[in-house]
Ligand binder design. Structure first.
Ligand code: UD1
Length: 360
């Protein structure tokens, strides 16, 4: 059996790594790894492949950046001949980025089976580009690997046949469980006792200069009470340079280059609070029991709010400040373990993939 995996952007790597490893343990499975090149900076891609111990990609499509239409179209036109030549039995796609939807579209038109890892997540906010991608990817997929019960319900509600849906748990947590012990070596010696870890990259936060400035000013104010570490995504870096960090920043908000997986995990585990708009961090903080304030109006991962440590802050600066104060006072939300977020999701995916061989 030949399984071809498609990755392209930073959050894909942590999801694909455990599935590649689980299928590598099964005899008779040939695997191909295609990197679309959506993320191309070494600190957004290469360092992740190395630390996650992924095999080097068999091919990099080198698509780079562009508008959504251009990037998606470029991935499709470069990926189509790869599928035609390599003739995989199954293509596995991950998450909700442009690389994922482009690959799913190509495969479904070539009638190659597609498996979607992290199926069924819905924010119900179509202004979010990833939501459009999620809906399309799930409609086109033959195997839907859902991380949680809400995800299967979303899929069934959209008319997807129950036989295609497999609730397997969360592959990102597989990677976290595996690498958490190793990440402790990456903890800086001079970390303050209390600090916030901040990340922002969603267009809804960083592409609006008035809101971005307000947020930065709020972070500067919060830095009087606790240190702030802010690894900056390339898109955000560009926006902050256009804006100029508010004068009052005075070096208290520590802007840094994007961190490697292990460095970042060490920072996340020790944080007093995480302030973010990332999807993956809502999940990781819930697993780690670290309070998470999400700078979004909605989430496609509601289980992190109902059972985890996540809280939606939206665009409410005063709520952000009062929640930080509450967390600093020691009043934190308690999380309960989320079913199947146990480090074994990829093994469950491998079982389904192998079982499905007879369908080929
Ligand atoms: C993409 C995903 C988003 C995911 C995020 C994680 C889509 C629609 N969005 O957003 O869901 O949460 O990745 O990071 O697929 N850039 C660089 N170097 C790189 C990559 C990007 O400088 O290695 C810059 C480019 O200027 C580019 C911008 O960042 O235009 C945005 O990159 P892009 O891949 O389009 O989207 P992300 O914002 O990273």
């Amino acid at each position: 059996m030949h399984v071809l995996h498609v990755v392209g952007a930073r959050p894909n790597f942590m999801k694909a790594a455990p599935v590649l490893a689980a299928l590598a343990r099964v005899s008779g499975v040939q695997q191909t790894l295609i990197h679309t090149g959506q993320h191309y900076d070494s600190n957004m891609s290469d360092v992740f492949l190395q630390q996650l111990e992924m095999p080097p990609p068999d091919l990099n499509l080198d698509v780079g950046s562009g508008s959504h239409a251009r990037q998606t179209a470029e991935i499709m036109s470069r990926f189509e001949p790869v599928v035609t030549e390599r003739r995989p039995d199954l293509v596995l796609v991950y998450g909700d980025v442009n690389s994922t939807v482009a690959a799913a579209l190509v495969c479904s038109k070539l009638q190659v089976r597609v498996g979607h890892v992290e199926a069924g997540l819905r924010s119900r906010d179509r202004s979010m580009p990833e939501e459009i991608n999620r809906i399309i990817i799930d409609q086109l997929s033959d195997l839907l690997f859902a991380p949680s019960e809400d995800a299967d319900q979303n899929l069934r509600r959209e008319g997807i046949d129950a036989s295609k849906i497999h609730r397997v748990g969360n592959v990102m947590i597989d990677t976290l469980v595996r690498l958490l012990p190793r990440s402790r070596r990456y903890k800086p010696d001079d970390l303050p006792a209390r600090y916030a870890l901040v990340t922002l990259h969603r267009p809804s936060n960083v592409d609006d200069p008035i809101w971005l400035r307000e947020l930065l000013v709020a972070l500067v104010e919060c830095s009087q009470d606790l240190a702030i570490f802010f690894p900056v995504h390339p898109r955000t870096h560009q926006r902050i340079s256009e804006l100029g960090l508010p004068q009052t920043a005075n070096g208290r908000v520590c802007l840094m280059d994007p961190k490697s997986y292990l460095e970042f995990l060490a920072l996340q585990q020790g944080a007093t609070v995480v302030i973010t708009d990332s999807g993956g961090m809502q999940e990781e903080t819930s697993f780690l029991g670290v309070p998470c304030l999400t700078l979004r109006e909605n989430t496609e991962r509601p289980i992190t709010v109902s059972q985890g440590t996540n809280q939606l802050i939206g665009r409410d600066i005063s709520l952000l400040k009062s929640e930080i104060r509450r967390i600093l006072s020691g009043d934190t939300k308690k999380a309960s373990p989320i079913p199947l977020w146990d480090g074994h999701a990829a093994e469950r995916i491998a079982k389904v993939v192998i079982r499905g061989q007879h369908l080929l």
